[in-house]
Ligand binder design. Structure first.
Ligand SMILES: NC(=O)c1ccc[n+]([C@@H]2O[C@H](COP(=O)([O-])OP(=O)(O)OC[C@H]3O[C@@H](n4cnc5c(N)ncnc54)[C@H](O)[C@@H]3O)[C@@H](O)[C@H]2O)c1
Length: 378
């Protein structure tokens, strides 16, 4: 059961709308601020897709959705939120401006998560003059309403308690939080993706393969492996009976062979963009982005459902989490009155913990209490 009473989303683009969808589908009220006049329509489109995907996961019915409110300012959006997720474009100056405003108006013990793909939290929290200690990076993967991983990264000023509370908050909406041990740009997921992306750009630019051939090479082979075991466990098995040591002995020397161009970056110019974008258009065979999103979502749900039946029915990897998450949502759907009623939420003792008296260590006192109390209930 979620331990979030009221959430705020700042930015409602691809990622912000994905957060909104996950939160609403967990029965949580969300207040959103996005200056784009098209924001309401765009969020609506993502909600439609998310509902469609969740209906496949929960044939017995969805929980009553939380209420979505479009705020006119950041101040209005965050005023009574206990969890705020920032998802504005990836520019440090904009992140500073937005985080400063969130910090000035949010309740003292609200947790602030940033969706940034790679900016270090230390570099962002300098803009937060009141409570920089409650900022964490909560880096999700698209589509946020389906993919469970969230990388949590603390900055130099982040309280360890904030990381603990953030872990509980994200887990309570069906996510798999992984805390990144040391702060680096782009964290872990995007370090890996960036390496593969650069190599892929080289391979297409050099005419070794087309974008479609490269995607086929990925999705008919190691892409399938990666969905169920990660890189290291897959390679352990690939080492045969002798396991990882044999694998490393066999492939270690390749590190010195010309098997990578990763140290070298292709020039990012119009020619490269045209080459990739034109081939990508051909690959889509006329399917719109929304149509491709539906196909992607159906496939992701099918993969997670299949994995949820593995391991003697206990589920494996993302499938084990999927099994628990769908159970949690089904339980929530079974008692809509208790969850969806705003009054019932407000009456939770956890809400009372958000008092100015906790300002010294706002994150620790308010939220940790809340987490404990709500967990017992769930
Ligand atoms: N797209 C991805 O795959 C992905 C994945 C993980 C993380 N992220 C990160 O998530 C964040 C958002 O990326 P996105 O892909 O959703 O971008 P996007 O361009 O789709 O959406 C950004 C939204 O922010 C809004 N915005 C601009 N200024 C604002 C302001 N001052 N206040 C509130 N909203 C404002 C825009 O109107 C837009 O709707 C970035 O930090 C990005 O690095 C993106």
């Amino acid at each position: 059961m979620s331990i979030i009473n009221k959430a705020a989303a700042i930015g409602g683009g691809v990622i912000g709308a994905g957060w909104v969808a996950r939160l609403l589908l967990n029965g949580i009220d969300v207040s959103i601020f996005d200056p784009d006049p098209e924001a309401s329509r765009k969020v609506g489109e993502v909600m439609k897709g998310a509902r469609r995907a969740y209906k496949q996961m929960l044939p017995g019915g969805l929980p009553k959705e939380g209420k979505l409110t479009f705020a006119k300012t950041i101040a209005e959006a965050v005023a009574d939120a206990d969890f705020i997720q920032e998802s504005v474009p990836e520019r440090l100056d904009l992140k500073h401006k937005v985080l400063a405003e969130i910090d000035a108006h949010a309740p003292a013990n609200a947790i602030v998560g940033s969706s940034t793909s790679g900016i270090k939290p230390t570099d962002m929290q300098v803009a937060m003059k009141k409570h920089p200690e409650r900022l964490v990076v909560g880096h999700p993967f698209n589509p946020v309403y389906l993919l469970p991983l969230v990388e949590i990264v603390g900055g130099q000023q982040t309280f360890p308690e904030a990381i603990e509370v953030a872990k509980e908050l994200y887990a309570s909406i069906g996510m798999k939080p992984v805390v990144v041990r040391k702060e680096i740009e782009a964290f872990v997921g995007d370090r890996l993706l960036e390496a593969a992306w650069r190599e892929a750009l080289w391979l297409v630019k050099d005419g070794i393969c087309t974008v479609e051939e490269l995607d086929d090479i990925m999705r008919y082979s190691f892409g399938l492996r990666w969905a169920q075991m990660g890189m290291f466990q897959v390679y352990r098995v690939a080492g045969g009976e002798a396991g990882m040591r044999h694998f490393m002995a066999q492939f270690g020397p390749c590190l010195k062979w010309p098997w990578t161009k990763l140290m070298d970056v292709p020039e990012f110019n119009d020619e490269l963009v045209d080459l990739i974008a034109t081939q990508s258009d051909e690959q889509a065979h006329g399917l719109s982005i929304r149509e491709l999103e539906k196909i992607r979502d159906d496939n992701l749900v099918a993969i997670m459902e299949a994995l949820s039946k593995q391991n003697k029915g206990k589920g494996w990897g993302a499938g084990a989490l999927h099994k628990d998450y769908t159970k949690q949502l089904a339980k929530l759907a079974a008692k809509p009155a208790a969850k969806a009623d705003g009054k019932a939420k407000a009456a939770k003792p956890a809400k009372k913990a958000a008092t100015p008296a906790k300002v010294e260590k706002p994150v620790k006192a308010g939220k940790a209490d809340k987490a404990k109390k709500s967990k017992k209930k769930g």
